[in-house]
Design a protein around this ligand. Structure first.
Ligand code: NDP
Length: 288
């Protein structure tokens, strides 16, 4: 079985990012990513720190706007509006999840589509469906890049995506079934029956459920390729943080399937890389 590591693919994306940053620098433009963070969710704080570190490493400015967990919807929307109108900000995202009294959907709709580097705005989702150039969601781009880098055939193949969130599964199903990629996509979710049978007939399985070991070794054939998007914290006293991350795939499957992406070290590396690429693309589009 082949391990589909994300590092080599991420390095290619970062090399394109570095070129664009240099191209912008020659025009005295420093791309800037603004991140709105509400409250102190521990996982979100880690994700935001990782995004800040990656931007700094690649010459992109980051601006993290922190709001208290009890901020109002109007305060949050006013913050988004101010960043929409700030010409020095090229990319803008709001870190999920939000406290329950706030609407993530309303926030997404308020972000200027040309700054929406998460690719969640309905206009960008519509462009994805139409195949019109737009800012596309980062994790689906990462999954496609990983599959293409390792030359996994997709045209005409049965691709099973498990999980239908608007962050991963739903946009990925559109991306992979578009003309040019041409996969035959099945999108499974919590109401799907016979997950074992769906897995058994898939050539490629992409799991974005968020449950450790939900994909069993016994469900896979020797030709199956598994892309594991799941990033699930489990207790680990040997780690300073007290947790480590595992995917959705049963580790016993590693010796059964043809190829799999590891967690960590797989798709996760590509999500941040594509966020930086989207930020550069957004800056380029503003000035071109
Ligand atoms: P969501 O919770 O939004 O979605 C989970 C999906 O899994 C839902 O569509 C749900 O179905 C489906 N599901 C739940 N249980 C089952 C089941 N038993 N059988 C089949 N489908 C099921 O999660 P996200 O999409 O935000 O994230 C999914 C995972 O991916 C998480 O572990 C997350 O941490 C990780 N992730 C990793 C990223 C990376 O960069 N590596 C980026 C984003 C996410 P239903 O719709 O019916 O509820």
């Amino acid at each position: 079985m082949v391990k589909l590591a994300g590092k080599a693919v991420a390095d290619k994306i970062y090399s394109a990012v570095d070129n664009t940053v240099e191209q912008l620098r020659l025009q005295d433009i420093i791309p800037c990513l603004a991140i709105v963070m509400v409250g102190h969710d521990p996982a979100s704080m880690l994700y935001v720190a990782a995004k800040e570190k990656a931007t700094a490493q690649h010459g992109i400015k980051s601006l993290v706007v922190r709001l208290s967990a009890d901020c109002s919807m109007s305060e949050l929307l006013a913050t988004i509006e101010a960043l929409n109108n700030d010409d020095d900000v090229h990319g803008l995202l709001c870190q999920a999840p939000l406290p329950v009294h706030l609407s993530f959907t309303q926030v997404i709709k308020a972000i200027a589509p040309h700054k929406d580097v998460d690719g969640f705005h309905p206009l960008n989702v519509g462009c994805l469906a139409w195949g019109v150039p737009a800012l596309l969601p980062c994790t689906p781009q990462g999954v496609l890049a990983l599959l293409q880098h390792y030359e996994i055939p997709l045209a005409g193949k049965n691709v099973l995506i498990i999980g239908r969130s608007m962050i991963v599964g739903t946009p990925l199903s559109v991306l992979l079934s578009r003309s040019g990629v041409d996969a035959t996509v099945t999108l499974a979710h919590s109401k799907s029956t016979n997950l074992a049978g769906l897995c058994a007939r898939a050539d490629v399985i992409i799991s974005a459920v968020g449950q450790p070991e939900i994909i069993k070794a016994a469900w896979l054939a020797s030709h199956t390729v598994v892309i594991d998007v799941g990033t699930n914290p489990i207790p680990d006293i040997t780690k300073a943080s007290g947790v480590r991350f595992v995917g959705d795939l049963d580790p016993a499957a590693h010796t059964v399937c043809a190829a799999y992406s590891p967690v960590p070290g797989g798709v996760g590396l590509l999500t941040v890389a594509f966020l930086l690429k989207n930020t550069c693309d957004a800056a380029l589009r503003i000035y071109q």
